[in-house]
Every structure is written in C-alpha cells, then in structure tokens.
Design a protein around this ligand. Sequence first.
Ligand SMILES: Cc1cc2nc3c(=O)[nH]c(=O)nc-3n(C[C@H](O)[C@H](O)[C@H](O)COP(=O)(O)OP(=O)(O)OC[C@H]3O[C@@H](n4cnc5c(N)ncnc54)[C@H](O)[C@@H]3O)c2cc1C
Length: 419
Amino acid sequence: MEHVVVVGAGMAGGRTVVELREQGFAGRITLIGAEEHLPYDRPPLSKAVLTGRTDNTILPYRLAELPDVELRLGQRAVGLEQGTVHTDAGPVAYDALVIATGATPVRLPGAANQRVLRTIDDSLALRDALRPGLRLVIVGAGWIGAEVATVAARHGAAVTVIEAAATPLGPLGTEVGGHAAGWFEEAGVRLRTGAAVEQIAEGKLLLAGGEVVPADEVLVGVGVRPDVGWLEGSGLVLERGVAVDGHMLASWSPEAAGRAAGSGPVLAVGDCAAWWSARYGRRMWVEHWDGAQSSPAVAAGTLLGLAAGKGEDELPVYDPVPYFWSEQFGRMIQFAGLPAEDSRLVFRGDPTARRAPDARKAPGWSAGWFAPDGTLTAIVAVARPIDMVAGRRLLEAGARPDQDRFADPSVPLKELLPT
Ligand SMILES: Cc1cc2nc3c(=O)[nH]c(=O)nc-3n(C[C@H](O)[C@H](O)[C@H](O)COP(=O)(O)OP(=O)(O)OC[C@H]3O[C@@H](n4cnc5c(N)ncnc54)[C@H](O)[C@@H]3O)c2cc1C
C-alpha cells in the first residue's frame, strides 16, 4: 500500500490524512476536495461565523507541511472504477481509498432565492444578508434552523420558522420538542408548526393548502443527504451513504466484486459513512461532528492493520454511542444515544421553567429515555452539560440507573454509574 487517496477535504477527510501519518503510514497520500478551502470546521458556521465572531474556522491540521501529501483542492471526484478515482481534473489511481465526501443539504422545489447553510461561503453570504427588519423565513425547526433563527433574531431580522412536524427538534420526539417551542417565542421568533412548504418562489413561499408567506430571504434547513451521487453505478454498496462495516470498510456488489479483486480496500468516514453497529445491531446514519472527528482514527488503523496482514479480529472497531450538540436561544443542547422503542421518558429538572427576563443563564434540565427493561438508551441535556458527562458514561456502560434518583436533579448522575 503505497498510495492512499482520500476523497473529500472536510473534517473527516483531513483527519484521515493526519491519522494515517500519526499512526505511521509512510507512503504517499492524495487529498481531493471539491471546495477550494483547506479542511475547516462546520459547527461554527451557524454560530461564531454567523455572529461575526470569526471568519476563519480552518482546522489546525497543517496538511501542507506534512511530507508526501498532495492537496488537490477545487477538484471534484465524478466517478469510481476499481483502483481509480475519476475527477474533473483527470483520473487518480489508488492502492487504498477513503471516501469522506460528507453530506449535502436537501433543497425544496422551486429554484428561487433558496439559501442553505453548509459551507463557509454560505455562512458569509447569509451573514451579509442579515439586517434589521429583514423578513427571513427559515424552513425547518431542526438544529440548523434553530441556530440561524437565534442569530438572525439578534440581528433584528423578522424571523419566521416553518416546520412540517408538530414540534421543533424532530429527532427528540414531540414531548421534548414541545418544550423547545417556547424558546423561539422567547427570542421573538415566530414558529409555525404543522405547515408544509410546497414551493419556494420569488419573494414568497407557497404552503400546502394554498397559503402564501412573503419572504425577503429563505433559508432551507430540512436535513442533509450523504454526498455519494458520484458513486452511483460504481458497484460500491450504497445504503443512503456508503455502507461500511465496523472497521469502516466498504464492499462491492456481487456483480462488481470480481472486477474489484485485487484493487485495494475502500473505506468511508464521517457523514457519508453508513456504519454497521454491533452495539445497536443495525446500520447507523449519523451526520454529526463527533463521527467526523473519531471515525478517521479507526479507518486509518484498519488500513494500516490490513497492510500489516492483521486478521479481522485484530482491526479496530468503530461503535460509539452517537453524540451531538447544538447551541440555540442561549442554551447548549446535548444529545447522546439512540432512544429505544417504547421508551419511558424521565425528566430531570423542570423543562417548563422560563428564563427570567434579566437572567444570564437559561434554566437547565435533562431527560433520559429508558427502555422497558430499564436500560438508559438516550439522554438530552439542556443547559446542563454536567449531566452529559456522566450521561454518556451511563449509556456506554448500558446502565439501568434507578429512575427515581435519575429524576432528582440534586443527585449527580455520576452517582448512578455502575460500580
Ligand atoms: C452549519 C453547520 C453547523 C453544524 N453544527 C453542528 C453542531 O453543533 N454539532 C454537531 O455535532 N454537528 C454539527 N454540524 C455537523 C458537522 O459539521 C458535520 O457532521 C461534519 O462537518 C461532517 O464532516 P465530514 O468531513 O464528514 O463532511 P463535510 O464536512 O460535509 O465535508 C465533506 C467535504 O467533501 C467535499 N466533497 C463532496 N463531494 C465531493 C466530491 N465528489 N469530490 C471531492 N470532494 C467532495 C465537500 O465539498 C466537503 O468539503 C454542523 C454542520 C453545519 C453545516
């Protein structure tokens, strides 16, 4: 294995290069990225960049200083054949390939005036557009929508958020999401739930049922899709993202497997990887920073293990409890785990408590999802980061903490850890 090609120069692609070098790979590495920028951090785009606190979120990877690393920025991979990545600047042969093409925002019907927020350029352009009185309509009351609404309202924009579901923060379910609805109101943001947008036209949105909502600017934040369109027809197994096993190894369809024999391993990391979790007994699609940060170490370890002739049971395994955070309406929201079906939701603290007008901090609370057998399967912490530290350890341990003590916010969660 002399030449590793990494496609996608976001956090996961950049970290893969760093991990390969740190774990001792001495061969050549080529990093191909569609954007002109060095790998940069995306979470600040809807926070520090949009508020004007910084313009630069380049990650401190110093890739240009690493020996034998070729950066091909501004080049896009357009196809894959066994052993060769085709780019818009020509073919690149590989001995091993790591796919890190991330995810791309879903857009709505209607070409007019539709912004999304994925890149630094999107963020800077949106920041320039924000002004007092701007009628900004945000479609989607998920993470991106709520974070942009927070900043835009502070800029004095007249913000309306339109959400098709009954409550904001869909993945947390209606009971938790219902408590978040008040945060929008508290910030002066108009939240309309149960309203589906059919089309975006010049200066307006058309809702199902015929209603027209006027807008100077529209930001669509209705989720992302793994950016794997360039792999269609290649024979690589795709299941929404690149289907990988616990070692981050992709596979070829039976028809392509014969052609692929001897062409070198293919792996995927970050948002574009749909990984198999032994912990949950299912494939996982998790498009969050934590995965882009931690899956590359496993991919690099797998590649080096294969090159050293290690057996499958000696290769590293990626199987974390999913984790993400969001900062919205003056609150840090952290979520970890995967709520089991038929979970019982147990609150810790008062989710209905409102922030006093002169209070610096929002009241904190948490909630845990308990499976019917008492296992804690997920936890959300709202302005209560201390709960997340012990909460993640409880989840990783597959613990069944006492639910009455869990519900008592004066009991530190670390006291519920199994001994
Ligand atoms: C505004 C914003 C705020 C966020 N906030 C949070 C947060 O608070 N908490 C959290 O946990 N997560 C957050 N996230 C999610 C987190 O940033 C992502 O999970 C992470 O960036 C994924 O990294 P990645 O490297 O896998 O993919 P990406 O960051 O998407 O990078 C993929 C790169 O590959 C390039 N590429 C795509 N196709 C090709 C191709 N064919 N050829 C070459 N290059 C290609 C893309 O241009 C891109 O540069 C946020 C994301 C955004 C956009």
